[in-house]
Design a protein around this ligand. Structure first.
Ligand SMILES: *Cc1c(COP(=O)(O)O)cnc(C)c1O
Length: 273
């Protein structure tokens, strides 16, 4: 049986300008579930262990994690991958976990919620239930909400990075009164994420916001400033931040603290997914 490290540990950092910071180490939940992907999959595992089909880019943590869930919990998985067939560590891991992979052009990929597109996939792969790209559905939100109750420390703000915004939607929905959630978009022009988070929440919890200033040029883009930040952070804390996601959040958080965005005495939980 797979051992998941839940609750994930809290790791305090040194105060910055009077602001307390603690890392919520979701990155330690399990190596086969990179990022927060376990939380988003947990309630998406089919009770009848029927086949699951999901979508993602060639470097998708969600694809790898869905394949791992299929392997560990005993259900078949299909991954529909955007772009040409290729080999990389993520897709190789997914295939090793038994996921069947199929590749579709970027144009077809955009049609992925189209009934005729899904019908063609049923013809090829038989019965399945669909998990949307990134695990962005109500079950995913519910799983992410559970991280809040694990925190056995008093806090004011929870920060997380935003790809689909599912983690932010879940965290914000579960916050005690008076607490806030702050997301950091890793996508260019992440303002549309605000609509996505609203859509993912049954009722807008109105205790959250998204910073769109720290995308470093967009998804999976990096520059020397971000690289230097990651290397300094590693030297200081012996933690390697994920450059696609959490490095941008931590950089943004430190920048906001330096600008005086948080009152001294504020406690911030930063989710390392
Ligand atoms: C997928 C992922 C995220 C983004 O989470 P969303 O719920 O899609 O916003 C953040 N960090 C890591 C490491 C991830 O793998």
């Amino acid at each position: 049986m797979i051992e998941l490290r839940i609750p994930s540990p809290l790791h305090p950092l040194e105060d910055r300008d009077g602001v307390r910071i603690m890392l919520k180490r979701d990155d330690l939940i399990h190596p086969d579930f990179p990022g927060n992907k376990w939380r988003k999959l947990k309630h998406n595992i089919p009770h009848d262990r029927g086949q699951v089909l999901t979508f993602g880019g060639a470097f998708s943590n969600h694809i790898q994690a869905t394949a791992a869930a299929g392997h560990h919990f005993g259900f078949p998985t299909v991954g529909v991958i955007r772009g040409e067939e290729r080999v990389n560590p993520v897709l190789a891991a997914a295939a090793d976990f038994g996921m069947r992979l199929t590749y579709v052009s970027r144009t077809s990929y955009r049609e992925k919620s189209n009934p005729s597109f899904i019908a063609a996939l049923h013809d090829e792969f038989g019965d399945f239930t669909v998990i949307p790209e990134g695990g962005a559905n109500p079950e995913g939100v519910r799983g992410c909400a559970e991280l809040v109750a694990e925190i056995d420390a008093d806090f004011d703000v929870i920060c997380c990075s935003c790809g689909t915004g599912t983690t932010l939607a879940g965290v914000a929905s579960a916050l005690p009164a008076g607490r806030r959630a702050l997301g950091f978009s890793v996508l260019r022009g992440g303002a549309f994420l605000t609509d996505d988070v609203r859509r993912l929440q049954p009722e807008d919890s109105r205790n959250w916001a998204i910073e769109t200033e720290f995308d470093f040029g967009g998804f999976a883009r990096r520059d020397s400033t971000l690289d230097a930040f990651i290397s300094d952070f590693r030297d200081e804390h012996d933690i390697t931040l994920n450059w696609v996601y959490e490095a941008k959040m931590m950089y943004g958080l430190y920048a906001l603290i330096a600008r005086g965005r948080f009152e001294p005495g504020t406690t911030v939980i930063a989710v390392l997914a």
